[in-house]
Design a protein around this ligand. Sequence first.
Ligand SMILES: Nc1ncnc2c1ncn2[C@@H]1O[C@H](COP(=O)(O)OP(=O)(O)OP(=O)(O)O)[C@@H](O)[C@H]1O
Length: 336
Amino acid sequence: MTTKKHILFIVNPISGTSRKQSVGESIGKAVDGTRFDYSIVATRYGGHAYEIACEAVRSGLDAVVAVGGDGTVNEVGRAVAGSATALGVIPCGSGNGLARHLMLPMDVRKAVGVVNAFTVHELDYGVINSMPFFCTCGMGFDAFISMKFAEAGRRGPITYLENILREGLKYKPETYEIEDGGGTFLNKAFLISCANASQYGNNAYIAPQASMSDGLLDVVVMEPFGVMEAPQLSIDMFNKTLDKNPNIKTFKTERIHVRREKAGFVHVDGDPIMTGADVDIAVVNKGIRIIVNPYAEKARRRPSAMQTAFSVFFNDIINARAEWPRRGDRPGLHEK
Ligand SMILES: Nc1ncnc2c1ncn2[C@@H]1O[C@H](COP(=O)(O)OP(=O)(O)OP(=O)(O)O)[C@@H](O)[C@H]1O
């Protein structure tokens, strides 16, 4: 008789937009009880998932499964990184960037099926000023929007889009000094994103070539762009061709150092955090064990309705940016 594996499911009840009352029940019905002993706990506050997952690692559990979005994945990932305990994900957030990169099913029952299969790979994660990230981190417009999203209080893709629309109208690019081992260069940029996994969530691919097993981060520098280039940027983001866009510089590296004009926000897997002007970002090669999807067919990634909606909204920003100053009723806005 083989011994059962021990798994803890940590449910973030406020993640995503749907109510989470029945999630525990769905998990209970789908877990293979002949092979796994499991328990389910709900978080009571931000940071609680990290605390519970640290305890699970100390107890030597085989896996801790984050039931939530990228914020919950980050808390559990931080706790299990560097240990024998694996990270599992049941995607229940609004963006689910890591889950989508790993091609995990969005359906709870099917995602538990992936946990049941228990295929564990050692994968990379990143660290920004000593804070681990598993999907993306970034600064500039990237961090600005994640901060606004957190402030908004409401969650879900529509809030995200509304914020992009509102804030995109007045965002001003900054100058960054970037050092990547090969040299130092100055860049005026709209955003700098560092990707361990390929997307922000909702299938918006900031770094289509990003791999979680190459020991490298994909750095994306989006330079200031004009009204004419913007529609192509949004199309490229959803067609996974952003790396071919002339307004984008991309490179792979193990680490970079970025010096900003002043202290400011960065985002770490979508959550805004204040840091100093100097930012160090590095990859930890094969630093975390993750339950992956043995049934995934990479060739079948398709654009979703959400992708199309995002493109439309992005184009609206551009149109609004072009028109408002002309109307003369928004003197505070910065039109490039
Ligand atoms: N019980 C709780 N009450 C308040 N906040 C919580 C609670 N549990 C977790 N959190 C916090 O909620 C935040 C959002 O969670 P999460 O990222 O999982 O969902 P999401 O934002 O909807 O998804 P995504 O990041 O994929 O868009 C996290 O930063 C987490 O720390």
